[in-house]
Design a protein around this ligand. Structure first.
Ligand code: PLP
Length: 399
């Protein structure tokens, strides 16, 4: 039997704070009654600053981030359209697979898992697309599989510099609400999130924001869509409801989550994620381990993927953490299975939780046979959180 608190350090679902949990305990309500708009409208309005938009329209889709991926495609594109995207982790790979399955031509830029979306190569491909065959560029803002954040503003610049009018779709499932996201400033046409990561709610809602250009593209798109028809949903939202029965409890939760983000202040939320992530990264380095992210510059502030040393199966580390320490880390996905584990550090999180994550990672790595010095990672993170430089390398004789 497991005692004490289970520690959830997966990059989604994330911890749901008690006030959000309580906000969801509400009686069933009539979603066709005028009062339903009183819960829906503040949620739609409150999401806009989190997405960095005043121009876009937001639709809530029962489902998850994956549903929003699909809605972005089926509502704006047509079979045979070409899209351009980098494949550099499990989530960009899955989105590419979906695009293929929906009948799109997918021009893929394969780069190392650990690298960001290559802005220059995107610019080169756009420049070479003389006949404007590329209808959309897909960017995975934060590759949750590798812990890499890509430069969406750079991709916008690449589009502008090549005078290309492709739409820009961005998967912000593990970034929106945790790190800066500027939909309007970056000229993003479809921005995608889910309820269960930075927004600290249970899974169950895909959230999609559509720019005026994306809305216009819906008039000419010929792809089949029905359940995820965004125009129908946006019209229903305008009228204060959904096309079908909404997950009302989640809307109550989301409203409470947005209140939390507003109360903390988005700038403070972003700064907190950055500070906490810096501690995690310092800890990983002090343990002598490498991140999957090839460089600190684009290491994610919401999730860190950590390579286990040669000969140490990351699955063992994860199993030890779970079975002995009631602690959940994310696994290595796809080709990273067994080679890496992930610490999710997004949502409702503080320094103590990050120190716990590092401390349990050290114990689990050691038990799996990795040569880590117990406490080295925790100490390094403490120095970051204390705002003081790391002391010269400790030699822990008691090892
Ligand atoms: C979690 C995640 C998804 C998938 O979202 P679901 O809500 O599980 O469907 C897509 N993209 C990224 C970057 C993610 O982190």
């Amino acid at each position: 039997m497991m005692t004490g608190t289970a520690h959830l350090f997966i990059p989604g679902p994330t911890n749901v704070p008690a006030d959000i949990q309580r906000a969801m305990i509400v009686p069933m309500q009539d979603h066709r009654a005028p009062e339903f708009a009183e819960i829906l409208q503040p949620v739609l309005a409150g999401l806009k600053p989190v997405f960095g938009t005043s121009e876009a329209q937001i639709a809530l889709l029962p489902g998850s981030g994956t549903a929003a991926w699909e809605a972005a495609i089926t509502n704006t594109l047509s079979p045979g359209d070409k899209v351009l995207m980098a494949r550099h982790g499990q989530f960009s790979a899955l989105w590419a697979d979906m695009a293929l399955a929906m009948g799109l031509k997918v021009e893929i830029i394969d780069v190392a898992w650990g690298a960001p979306c290559p802005v220059r190569e995107v610019e080169r491909r756009l420049g070479a697309d003389r006949h404007g065959e590329i209808k959309a560029v897909f960017v995975t803002h934060n590759e949750t599989a590798t812990g890499v954040t890509s430069d969406v503003a750079g991709i916008r610049h690449a589009l502008d510099a090549s005078f290309h009018d492709a739409l820009l779709f961005v998967d912000g499932v593990s970034s929106i609400g945790s790190i800066p996201f500027e939909m309007d400033a970056w000229g993003v046409d479809m921005a995608i999130a889910g309820s269960q990561k930075g927004l600290m709610c249970p899974a169950g809602l895909g959230i999609i924001a559509a720019s005026p250009r994306a809305l216009a593209a819906m008039d000419t798109s010929t792809m089949a869509r029905s359940f995820l028809d965004l125009r129908a949903m946006l019209a229903a939202h305008q009228a204060g409801s959904f096309c079908f029965t909404p997950p009302a409890q989640l809307l109550h939760g989301l409203r409470a989550a947005l209140t939390r983000l507003q109360t903390e202040g988005l700038a403070n939320v972003f700064a907190r994620h950055q500070r906490l992530a810096e501690g995690i990264r310092a800890g990983v380095a002090a343990m002598g381990l490498k991140m999957v992210a090839e460089h600190q510059i684009f290491a994610s502030d919401t999730v860190t993927a950590i390579r286990t040393p040669q000969g140490i199966d990351a699955r063992d580390v994860i199993a030890i953490a779970r079975n002995r320490y009631n602690t959940h880390f994310g696994g290595g996905l796809g080709p990273l299975a067994g080679k890496a584990f992930r610490i999710g550090h997004l949502g409702d999180l503080n320094e103590g939780m990050c120190l716990t994550a590092l401390g349990i990672a050290e114990l689990s790595l050691k038990a799996a046979g990795a040569p880590v010095v117990l406490g080295a990672g925790v100490t390094a993170a403490q120095h970051v959180y204390a705002g003081v430089a790391q002391a010269p390398a400790l030699s822990i004789a008691a090892e």
